[in-house]
Design a protein around this ligand. Sequence first.
Ligand code: SF4
Length: 445
Amino acid sequence: MNLDIFNKEFARFKKINNLVNNYFASFGVNKKQELIRLIFEISKKEEIPPLKLIKELPQVSFDCLKDYLIKRRFPIASLENQTQRVYLPKIRLNKDSLFKLDKKDFYPKTIIIEKDAYTSSLTQRFIKAFPKAKRILIESLKSYLRCRLPFTIKDYNRRKDVIFIINEKADFFKRCPCTKKAISCGYHIFNLSFGCIFECTYCYLQGYTNSPGIIFSSNLDRFFDLFNAYKKPKMRIGSGEFTDSLMLDHITEYSLEIIDFFRKYPDARFEFKTKSKNIENLLKAKHKGNIVVSWTLSPERIIKENEFFTARLSERVISIERCIQAGYKIGLHFDPVIYFDGWRKEYSNLIEMLFRKIKPKDIAWISIGTLRFNPRLKPIIEARFPHNKILDQELIYGFDNKLRYPSKIRQQIYSYMTRIIYKYSRRIFLYLCMEEQRIWKTIFR
Ligand code: SF4
């Protein structure tokens, strides 16, 4: 299915490439590349055939032509005088980078185990769960990665074939790095795993991963030994920053041990963040009220188009209700909020549906964050998911040099969503994720 779409987008790109080389033969390579990018994006977004679009273009100098195309492609950014902040990288569509969406149950081909981790109960559980997987013992992940070739998108596409089981040695906890010039929410990361079995089009791990597999730490006891020295008063900490906290919890059983451990730290709040419905261990565990189970939530249409292999919205909502019945506090993350025609209606329907089922007293916190990512992710998303619609919107360099919606759109989204949420309670702990002070001030004034 997405191979057909790849072929369609690749044909569009080739056609535009040829047309630009014919119609604008006198322009240099860089100018042609920018025109190809702009014409490609307009042709895809407006669903207009390349030849028709090129024939419509004004016969003017390169600067005027580029200006015309940018205004057409980024109308809101143009009104905000932000046209110099657009990002026009070379198009790198290539069949090898395409992610094939055929649904298969997760079953790694190889389990690579650090020697020190071999006798751990986590290793034994993975071997039991995947008996046909080949096992390889290594000295350390660090030395194993040293002799690998540079990591490519193709390697990222194959990462689920490999599980690494390691003994974490250095990076047990860290402060969430947030983003430059944003207001931090003061979160801490419990760095237990790295990588994910789900496939979200916007996932930042696509541009951040350099290990050809998903990493799990087997020495949870060492995390616990070190936590006492790390802990801060009333801290919020969670394991869902570089992974989905519960994606394989039926195998890792991390939640059982973590919940038990945090019984000793009632003033800390531990968060499991997920897009799964893998909550059976949570329902068995005895917690002390300081565990928050959080879901990232989006309208079903966004989930269907962008969050492959995750639980559907209805399944996430049922899991929320079951966790509330088991006495957990719930976190709701509207992050990333995706802008599209009709976003108001779909996001208000989502929030209203949630508040029909969840009482404000059961909610520990809600975050809202609009789509943003490092610019180097743009060609990766385009190459892995050529059918994506998220890149059709206006994404320009923001205050932190990440690609973001223009501030007018971000403000509209935040004010609209906070207004609906506050209708249900003004006392909910609501924050904006990775957003600048100026926007916080306008929303929470
Ligand atoms: S669930 Fe989270 S970590 Fe996993 S692919 Fe989606 S965004 Fe990435």
